[in-house]
Design a binder for this molecule. Structure first.
Ligand SMILES: Cc1cc2nc3c(=O)[nH]c(=O)nc-3n(C[C@H](O)[C@H](O)[C@H](O)COP(=O)(O)O)c2cc1C
Length: 360
């Protein structure tokens, strides 16, 4: 990357993140089920970022194969594995990570248990938790996680209720482990802003979906390229008595049918044709297999097209290298712009004008 003087300064801003991840840049490619396989993860890490394999929907054997293929192609660069804590085979998946010498494990889907954290630590594996609130951030740090991802409401996929910017303001000043900010980031200027606030780096998902190395179906990528920020909406919940886990994705026929389906199931429950538990389960199962249908089969009309609000900043298919390069260049431009701004402010006032003192 050019601009050596500013690169050195940027490195000082995200030093904690570089040290923790071992990558050239403190930019993580967040795990995306069906998309973050060895091809994308290797390309991301070779480009200087930090790729994370999505292990949430894999069997232990499939995870072993993905790790092996990543290790073969990543040219010695670091990468991590994302696991979902409520996966029925979580212990076996952790065992695979241990056996394969994985260095960083990201635990999503809720609070990780103490035995899981302790087991990973026994093998010197760095543990990263997801904190959707300041309360949970504090709790996870007390349990011993080595770093946090704070992911806001703007992100693609399953989201919490709090915006990224509010999470950053609440959490960055109170924890001393490295914190990586995620959700709604599509431009390096935003990365620089979070670094100035005290983040150790940032995680992006949506921005990497259209990487040339991403295996997502071309129809899925084209839907991203066409979409604007306002198209990435939450899955609609019809009745608070039947809560759903909010998922952010592109508007399509599937989402409209989901509303009608919830109405049908709730009406059946009200007519005493099924129990509340069965109705809740039926609603939850509506989307089973829907992400795979969109990502792998290209059915973007009926499947789940998970996407964050930064989708409007995805404008073309391009290699990971050029995405990472433009993010870092934008971060450097922002840093350079700030420095020009501040040095101009301290220039002495013109003699014919009354002297004024700028207080910062
Ligand atoms: C298509 C898609 C699938 C995702 N799948 C997962 C997942 O399996 N596990 C996970 O922890 N996060 C998942 N995420 C969240 C990303 O890892 C990342 O944190 C998020 O995309 C960051 O916000 P952004 O989309 O605004 O960049 C997914 C996001 C997208 C867009």
């Amino acid at each position: 990357m050019g601009n050596g003087e500013y690169m050195g300064q940027l490195d000082r801003f995200w030093f904690k993140g570089l040290d923790f991840l071992g990558s050239r840049y403190s930019i993580l490619g967040g795990a995306m089920t069906w998309i973050s396989n060895h091809t994308l993860v290797s390309a991301l890490s070779r480009a200087g970022g930090f790729g994370v394999l999505a292990g949430g929907s894999l069997s232990p054997e499939a995870l072993r194969t993905e790790i092996k293929l990543t290790q073969k192609t990543v040219e010695g660069n670091p990468f991590g594995v994302n696991l979902i804590v409520f996966h029925p085979q979580i212990d076996a998946l952790i065992q695979v990570c241990i056996e394969m010498g994985v260095t960083h494990v990201f635990l999503g889907g809720g609070m990780p248990s103490q035995p899981i954290i302790d087991t990973l630590h026994q093998y010197n594996i760095r543990v990263i938790g997801f904190a959707p609130s300041a309360l949970l951030a504090r709790r996870m740090v007390r349990m011993g996680v080595d770093a946090l991802i704070i992911e806001g409401h703007e992100a693609g996929g399953h989201v919490g209720p709090i915006s990224t910017h509010v999470l950053a303001q609440e959490i960055l000043p109170i924890v001393d482990v490295p914190v990586f900010v995620a959700g709604g980031i599509g431009d390096g200027r935003s990365i620089m802003t979070y670094l100035l606030m005290g983040a150790s780096g940032c995680q992006l998902g949506t921005r990497f979906v259209c990487a040339s190395e991403s295996c997502a179906h071309d129809a899925f990528k084209q839907a991203f390229i066409r979409a604007a920020a306002r198209d990435a909406t939450l899955s609609p919940q019809l009745d608070p008595a039947f809560p759903i886990i909010p998922v952010r994705g592109l508007e399509n026929e599937g989402k409209k049918r989901f509303m009608a389906y919830q109405a049908e199931v709730i009406a059946a429950y009200k007519r005493n044709e099924c129990s509340k538990e069965k109705a809740q389960m039926d609603i939850e199962m509506f989307w089973a297999g829907a992400l795979r249908r969109a990502v792998m089969d290209g059915d973007v009309a009926n499947g789940s097209v998970m996407a964050g609000q930064s989708v409007g900043m995805v404008t073309k298919i391009e290699p990971c290298y050029s995405i990472v390069h433009s993010l870092v260049t934008q971060a450097l431009d922002h840093l350079q712009g700030l420095q020009h701004h501040f040095s101009q402010d301290v220039v002495a006032p013109a003699p014919e004008k009354p002297a004024c003192v700028l207080v910062r």
